[in-house]
Design a protein around this ligand. Structure first.
Ligand code: ADP
Length: 273
């Protein structure tokens, strides 16, 4: 398969004190096929964010390696290397506020990205491109000229997506990108992400603690627990025919209306892990 992104044997241990440490990544290998979405699912502390940070070069690994388009990714402070990498991979986080300047209209944030990644555009062309990007994520000129505080959570997340698209990356790493949104908004943003991936041939690494959202975007899924991958497969395999008791436990507990714990089932699965 044509893997645009590959992680091989990643290990990362954090030392907390003299005698205490936590292994956030314990021999993690995965690959993402070009133009597809790999969902990384796991509960809090399973190592998902560390994996994302190592993959984009924000964090170093103790062992193993990451290759994007065949080239090894390492943490760097070189501006030209960081810029080249940003052109390849962009990240969207749970809290879009972090990448927006509170005191400026959100268009200015996108304009900043364009100045770096599209030096060929003049001011007027950048403005036109900003509006084009806003239209692509379902926002208007009115939103572009608003301050971030005037926008809803879903609108801010759309701006964060537009900002990522401004760099024209091949890969977008989405770290809990829909997790803070109301479910009705979540569905709309998931739909947008899926459409953008299809239209632009993007590759996604979609990180979430919530198995119930992966069907909407993912082609493949890895399930993580305590720094290890416990199960991997296509989205249908993982959701319809999970083999590992931990995956079955997560599915058993996934949010759905009218849910009550099935007596005995959850305890039984928990004991098998
Ligand atoms: P997730 O994203 O699945 O919640 P993380 O990758 O954030 O998991 O964390 C995995 C484990 O590594 C957790 O136990 C966390 O406390 C620990 N960890 C992550 N980053 C650091 C850090 N910078 N310093 C110390 N421990 C960390």
């Amino acid at each position: 398969a044509d893997l645009i992104l590959e992680a091989v044997g990643l290990r990362r241990t954090f030392h907390l004190g003299r005698r205490s440490s936590v292994t956030a990544l314990d021999d993690v290998s995965c690959g993402v096929r070009r133009g597809t979405c790999l969902a990384v699912v796991g509960e809090s502390g399973s190592g998902k964010s560390t994996l994302a940070r190592v993959i984009v070069g924000l964090e170093s690994a103790d062992a193993g390696e990451v290759r994007i388009d065949g080239a090894e990714v390492r943490p760097t402070t070189s501006r030209s290397r960081l810029r080249a990498r940003a052109k390849l991979v962009q990240m969207v986080f749970q809290d879009p506020q972090g990448s927006l300047n509170r005191s400026l209209p959100v268009a200015a944030t996108i304009d900043e990205m364009l100045r770096v990644h599209r030096p060929d555009l003049d001011r007027a062309e950048r403005r036109a491109r900003v509006l084009e990007l806003f239209a692509e994520v379902g926002l208007t000129e009115r939103h572009a000229d608003a301050r971030p505080t005037a926008l809803s959570g879903g609108q801010k997340q759309r701006v964060a997506i537009a900002r990522a698209l401004a760099a024209e990356p091949e890969i977008i790493v989405l770290d809990e990108a829909v997790s803070a949104l109301d479910v009705s908004v979540q569905a709309q943003v998931l739909d947008l992400l899926d459409r953008l991936r299809e239209e632009k041939g993007l590759t996604y690494l979609f990180i979430t603690h919530d198995l119930s959202v992966v069907r909407a975007v993912a082609d493949d899924v890895i399930v993580m627990r305590r720094g290890r991958i416990v199960e991997r497969g296509t989205v249908d395999e993982i959701l319809d025919r999970p083999a590992h008791p931990y995956t079955r436990l997560l599915l058993e507990c996934a949010p759905r209306p009218g849910w009550v714990p099935r007596r005995g089932v959850i305890e039984e699965l928990a004991q098998q892990i």
